[in-house]
Design a protein around this ligand. Structure first.
Ligand code: GLP
Length: 244
């Protein structure tokens, strides 16, 4: 794991965006694995700025998102498809047909999982995967459990995740209780992984994920075994890591 210490959210966003900039510059037909949450919004903003200034071209890029709430159509304002359109896709020259988010409203979720893995395989896997981290160590929506989930899977969200994500809903009762998420195989097979951690709520879990045992109880800890994983953290998220 490479650890990058940024002073604040802005610097974290810039450091992360630079990695995606070089990825797309060096391989214009990259397959980017993308994430939702507040952590990547600043990074997406930087990519949009570079696109607007003519420095970046997304016309040949494909994307696969990590996860989606079950039961929500992509048009729902809380869906991750809606999020991605709003914070990135609507502002760059990507072909929407090349953007992929698991379908949380699929009738047959098991079939949707298989379809999503087949899609990732058909694209030749992920060149660069962006990740946030849940307060409980989840990546995508792979919650702490007895074993690492391999393929795309359907999960029941942990109470702590529902509570943490309720900040984005008008009431906690509106937060979906399930999700469909890319599993550890596609994430671990990504050629490069970039994880962003920002704010004091991430300090405890970042220490565990980077320096604790590799365990499915802290799903992000599996990234210690990835050959090219960069963890970018701001000063608040890094406060328990200094000196490790
Ligand atoms: C959600 C997403 C994760 C994300 C996490 C952290 O649960 N499924 O992919 O990493 O939130 O979000 P934030 O970046 O807002 O802290």
């Amino acid at each position: 794991m490479k650890l990058v210490f940024a002073k604040d959210y802005e610097e974290l966003s810039a450091r992360g965006a630079e990695l995606f900039f070089s990825q797309v510059k060096l391989k214009p037909d990259s397959v980017l694995g993308l994430a939702t949450g507040t952590s990547p919004i600043g990074l997406y903003k930087k990519l949009i700025e570079w696109y607007e200034s003519g420095a970046l071209d997304f016309s040949r890029v494909h994307t696969v998102n990590l996860d989606e709430y079950t039961g929500l159509e992509g048009t729902h304002a809380q869906s991750y498809r809606f999020f991605m359109n709003k914070y990135l896709f609507d502002h760059i020259n990507i072909d929407m047909a090349n953007t992929n988010v698991p379908c949380g409203a699929a009738r047959d979720l098991a079939a949707e999982c298989e379809k999503y893995d087949a899609l990732i395989d058909s694209l030749g896997g992920i060149d660069m995967q962006l990740l946030g981290i849940g307060n409980n160590g989840h990546v995508g929506f792979n919650e702490p459990s007895e074993a690492f989930a391999c393929g795309t899977n359907v999960v029941k969200l942990a109470e702590s995740t529902i509570e943490a994500n309720s900040r984005l809903f008008s009431d906690i009762s509106e937060v979906p209780t399930g999700a469909i998420t890319m599993g550890c195989r596609a994430i671990m097979q990504a050629k490069r992984v970039v994880l962003l951690a920002s704010g004091p709520a991430k300090a405890e879990i970042i220490k565990k994920a980077c320096f604790g045992p590799v365990t499915p109880q802290v799903p992000a800890s599996i990234l210690q075994l990835h050959p090219d994983c960069t963890v970018i953290m701001d000063a608040e998220a890094a406060k328990l890591v200094a000196g490790c």
